[in-house]
Design a protein around this ligand. Sequence first.
Ligand code: URP
Ligand code: ZN
Ligand code: ZN
Ligand code: ZN
Length: 475
Amino acid sequence: MAEFDLILRGGTVVTEADTTRCDVGIRNGKIVALADDLGTAAAEVIDATGKWILPGGIDSHVHLSQPSGPGIKMADDFETGTRSAAFGGNTMVLPFCLQQKGQSLREALKHYHAEADGRCYTDVSFHLIISDPSEQLLGQELPALVQDGYTSFKVFMTYEDLRLSDLELLQVMDVGRSTGALVMVHAENHDAIRFLTERLEREGRTAPRHHATSRPIAVEREATHRAISLAEIVDVPVMIVHVSNREAIEEIRRGRQKGLKIFGETCPQYLVLTESDLDGLNMEGAKYVCSPPPRDQESQDACWQGIEDGTFDVYSSDHCPFRYEDAAGKLAPNGRTSFRWIPNGIPGIATRLPILFSEGVVKGRISPQRFVALTSTNHARAYGLYPRKGTIAIGADADIAIWDPARTVTITHDLLHDGCDYTPYEGMEITGWPITTIVRGVTVVLDGELVSNKPQGTYIPRELSEFVSRPVMLS
Ligand code: URP
Ligand code: ZN
Ligand code: ZN
Ligand code: ZN
């Protein structure tokens, strides 16, 4: 019998710490050998000469099969979403399990597990979205679920059905403090958005670009400041997600200077899109409606600075796909007459890594090691998956993406294999592309082709975050 199930030969292995020319030996889904020359004694050998071998991407901010309002269906379920993720060099995704008002978290989880079970091409785990923090949820259900491996939850400061009051934010953060779970915060001021939206509608300014007008930087900065202040009051680490601009970044830096544990996430849309993308003819701007909105060149530069200097710990897609047909309201029964009705979110699960590789690594803004930290290792550390995932090391899961660092690709929607009908990045020229994706030793995508139509990804319960000190209660 061969010593290995799979050998990756001749490639250059990149981790968050090193870049080393070496072969990778895989057995039973784990990395079991790293050496200069492992020979060819394996059931399967992949020639990676001239290629880079990276830890598979972990996308810790994606939305799949999430209910999104009357008449609107998310464009990706677990099958199409994780398939697209695998084509984009990812081996694991962390979608959200959304609690509907009045629903228990366990009920919500049952639904998402049923949606995901047997349908995932990558591994998967869930963050919880807390929309209805009852006494029972805060006191019993949520702490028990943290023990069961759901070690992160997201809270919203906006969206009518999701937002929590400051009191509720404090209460949920307090469960983060007592359990060691990581609290993720969507920071935008709800009342300010409502005020501006109503004023814009009165003035007849309802085109998609006014989605951005209704959510200016001050809306995000104020809420980021408040979220960080509430975290300070509770004395708990928080992750500020999808940060779009300098003023919000400054709030994070200020919090850290005070000694608070504030983590930050940004996304591709804040690095390469601007609000002028929302200006398209007719309803074309609907293709770029997400919250916070893409901003201007200065904000892009600030986000790049945060990527380079370590202000951002993680870089995620915030993949939240709606078909353009739906978003633009072509199918809506009465027409959608205001930006207010365009579902918030854009697709990006397959394009996340190539965009940062091309714009970041190839253009010399970040090192390959920093790329790995931002796209994989730090996600594993933040969300309780390290060192099983997020690195190439003996004993780790064999979750690997093989990259051709020189391949040039023009992004077109048909390359992405998702369930959407467009990509906001259509036509973008990319250098560097993930060609082969291996999940726990199983080759899912080989040289740009899906190997099997049988999804083999699995659910992974998580440990507590390495970013958060262990609370006394669980130690
Ligand atoms: O517009 C966005 N970001 N939609 C996804 C939901 C969220 O807030 O992350
Ligand atoms: Zn259900
Ligand atoms: Zn959000
Ligand atoms: Zn999101």
